[in-house]
Design a protein around this ligand. Structure first.
Ligand code: RIB
Ligand code: CA
Length: 316
């Protein structure tokens, strides 16, 4: 039985590369992409996902439009990072195929229900705000029986990026993150501590352009645009491809070292809303609920990332 995976995402430059990484793994069947509002509004993140698949020649994999708003808060987006469209930089074709009919949460529920009833497991990566996943778990908590594990790109032990305290994906929908972190399923958190240790050097972007393929050019153009924010904000001479770290860690757990710790999410604070409160020294006595990534095999990750992008043919 081939491994099956679902990527819930908010494309987004690093989500786009995470999509390409997932599709390039020969031992993974990507059941579908469920899309959430985050880096941009839902119409844009859905369109962006379709554009990436069109360039990759993989419009055979369905895109499902999900939640356009967080569970209880107003949506915040990240145009200062990803541009108004959510995927500024490359010139991309319009999606060859429209998103699937229906709502992503309904598709998640039906897909996971069918897998559960057949005794099958699906691996889930979530690289945007956790609204879609939380809604599915609220609809039917038993769906977690069909999930092998969930790897979330979000949060941090120590850093924040959207605020001094909070990472963007969690900040957008901390109530959804609370639902996912407290669900009866194995959750791994790939936070900024890890993704900021894996800055893909600007000097290496040319490797993608040298592939002389549509996907190689798109990847280089995405990284060039993404670099602008990271140079301005952090002085980095490269970019953290946050979401690809999470997908790579789902595909091969050996890439990260984790600690099973208590993680709670702040939802009622003047300065720290969206904070992942990681009980690093286990002082709360609260039971651990999340496998928190504390390190990443950066060299292997970069090797596999380049190989994944290089695996796409000339024509797509
Ligand atoms: O904080 C980084 C995360 O927020 C990444 O997933 C990026 O795509 C944005 O969604
Ligand atoms: Ca994302």
């Amino acid at each position: 039985m081939a491994r099956r995976m679902i990527l819930d995402c908010d494309p987004g430059h690093d989500d786009a590369i995470a999509m390409l990484y997932a599709l390039a793994q020969r031992d993974w069947q990507v059941d579908g992409f469920t899309i959430v509002a985050g880096n941009s509004v839902l119409n844009n993140t859905v369109r962006a996902a379709g554009q990436v698949l069109t360039v990759a020649g993989r419009s055979d994999v369905e895109v499902h439009a999900g939640m356009g708003q967080p569970l209880v808060r107003p949506l915040i987006t990240a145009a200062h990072v990803h541009g108004e469209s959510g995927l500024e930089g490359p010139e991309l074709p319009e999606p060859a195929v429209p998103p699937a009919e229906g709502h992503a949460v309904d598709w998640l529920v039906s897909t996971l229900t069918a897998a559960r009833d057949r005794g099958e497991k699906i691996e889930v990566a979530a690289t945007g705000p956790l609204t879609n996943v939380a809604m599915a778990f609220r609809r039917d908590p038993s769906l977690t029986e069909a999930i092998d594990r969930v790897v979330v790109m979000g949060g941090a032990i120590a850093e924040g990026n959207s605020t001094p305290a909070a990472e963007f994906n969690i900040l957008v929908d901390p109530e959804a993150a609370t639902i996912v972190f407290e669900a009866d399923v194995e959750v791994t958190m790939i936070g900024l501590d890890v993704t900021h240790s894996a800055i893909f050097p600007a000097a290496r972007f040319q490797e993608f352009r040298d592939l002389a393929t549509p996907v190689g050019r798109m990847t280089a153009d995405l990284l060039d645009y993404f670099l602008g924010f990271h140079r301005r904000q952090y002085g980095f001479d490269g970019v953290p491809i946050h979401d690809a770290c999470a997908v790579a860690a789902l595909h091969d757990p050996r890439l990260v070292q984790t600690r099973h710790l208590r993680v709670d999410v702040e939802t009622s604070s003047r300065f720290c809303d969206g904070r992942t409160v990681v009980d690093l020294w286990e002082v709360t006595g609260r039971p651990p609920n999340v496998h928190v990534a504390v390190s990443l095999d950066v060299e292997t990750f970069f090797e596999r990332l380049v190989a994944a992008i290089a695996s796409y043919p000339e024509g797509g």
